[in-house]
Design a protein around this ligand. Structure first.
Ligand SMILES: Nc1ncnc2c1ncn2[C@@H]1O[C@H](COP(=O)(O)OP(=O)(O)O)[C@@H](O)[C@H]1O
Ligand SMILES: [Mg+2]
Length: 378
């Protein structure tokens, strides 16, 4: 009981420390451009369009655009920013550069995932750097590094941050170098939102590994990452703010043992998009995670160190899982975390913010304000 009280107190303290970026301190109305990509079966005109509530249409869709946002999310971000600022919508495509150049926003709120290669999340920030327009979130170097999960793990290892042992395979013949312990998890090196991580990606022997890899190499035109499986509890950690004002929002636990028993204990494509629907939400999340103060502290410190060494800016969400010895290991970093507004959608960054007492609108504006402060626009 006392321990539970202490770890909640720990977050509250951390949180209050970060309150200097609260929206009330900024009373200047800015010209904010929101740059985004919407899943292709939806569209956006820049005007407020009726929300699509047919999320099953998205969830039954194949995973090509799994990282792109729904119109519901983009409208919710727009509405949040509009509480304090003038908002201009700029779709993240080839025409965006000219629009940014002509409109000259004071700052850009960037949630654009874009497409084509591991540079995709960096494409808009690189345009904005060229035009010297400030934007929220991390820079091209961090976005590209975090998208490449192998490169991320190299950086983490250099800084002594625990991450599971891995092997990058560019072709099937690289399996000659295989030196990991089974079970292993296999993933495309540069995808997000569980693209290419299926229930069948948890592999127990070399025969299974060869046949799955042969299949996937032909489907995904990119190297594959093999990682030793971390068998412990899984958490995801939302961070908000910069430098000494970076705060850890309440930790979310993914109770993977509560998945239907035919599924492997991983947050796979099936778990994220098929089993979990709006009509039948999968309740495997606890926030704040029911963990001791000591474990909360170690997880938070690991996440903050990760945020720092990867030079994340304004916000990020870091996936962490305990190894066989109970040590928190970093799985991956999401410098553009998903922010689905409907609590039934189980989006973890907004879930952590809600637990900290922040509404969706406050959360979005705190991220923007962290960026405004970092760019000295106050
Ligand atoms: N090394 C690992 N050990 C155990 N589980 C893992 C490992 N890597 C990934 N997973 C599982 O797969 C899920 C998705 O992997 P992740 O790299 O976070 O991909 P995504 O970018 O799709 O979120 C994780 O949330 C976790 O459940
Ligand atoms: Mg993840």
């Amino acid at each position: 009981m006392l321990r539970n009280f202490l770890y909640v107190l720990y977050f509250v303290q951390k949180f209050l420390k970060g309150s200097v970026i609260s929206s009330s301190l900024l009373n200047k109305k800015l010209k904010v451009a929101l740059t985004y990509n919407v899943k292709p079966e939806e569209n956006i005109s820049g005007e407020r369009t009726p929300l699509s509530s047919n999320s099953n249409a998205i969830k039954n869709f194949n995973d090509t655009y799994a990282e792109w946002d729904s119109i519901e999310t983009i409208n919710a971000i727009k509405d949040s920013l509009q509480l304090y600022h003038e908002v201009i919508m700029i779709e993240a495509n080839e025409d965006a550069f000219e629009k940014f150049r002509n409109i000259k926003p004071d700052i850009v709120f960037n949630v654009a995932e874009c497409a084509n290669s591991t540079s995709r999340e960096a494409q808009i920030p690189a345009m904005l750097d060229m035009l010297q327009i400030p934007y929220s979130g991390s820079d091209p170097l961090t976005l590209t590094t975090c998208l490449d999960k192998a490169r991320t793990k190299e950086v983490l290892s250099y800084h002594g941050i625990p991450t599971s042992k891995f092997l990058l395979l560019e072709a099937l013949r690289d399996l000659e170098k295989f030196n990991l312990r089974f079970p292993v998890i296999m993933k495309p090196v540069a995808e997000g939102s569980s693209k290419g991580i299926f229930d069948s990606s948890l592999i127990n022997n070399i025969g299974e590994l060869k046949s799955r890899l042969t299949e996937l190499f032909s489907e995904y035109n990119q190297p594959f990452l093999l990682e030793e499986f971390l068998p412990g509890r899984e958490f995801t950690v939302a961070i908000l703010g910069n430098e000494e004002e970076s705060i850890v929002l309440p930790i979310v636990e993914l109770n993977l043992h509560e998945l239907p028993s035919h599924l492997a204990p991983i947050y796979s494509y099936e778990a994220k998009w098929v089993v979990d629907t709006k009509d039948n939400p999968l309740n495997i999340f606890s926030c704040p995670a029911k963990i001791t103060y000591d474990l909360a502290r170690i997880i938070s410190d690991t996440a903050l160190r990760t945020y720092k060494v990867l030079r994340c800016k304004d916000w990020s969400r870091i996936d962490i899982r305990l190894d066989a010895n109970g040590i928190p290991n970093v799985i991956e970093i999401n410098p553009l975390p998903g922010v689905l507004p409907d609590p039934n959608d189980n989006s973890c960054y907004p879930k952590a913010a809600r637990t900290a007492g922040l509404s969706y609108q406050e959360m979005i504006n705190k991220v923007l304000n962290a960026a405004i402060k970092r760019h000295n626009l106050t």
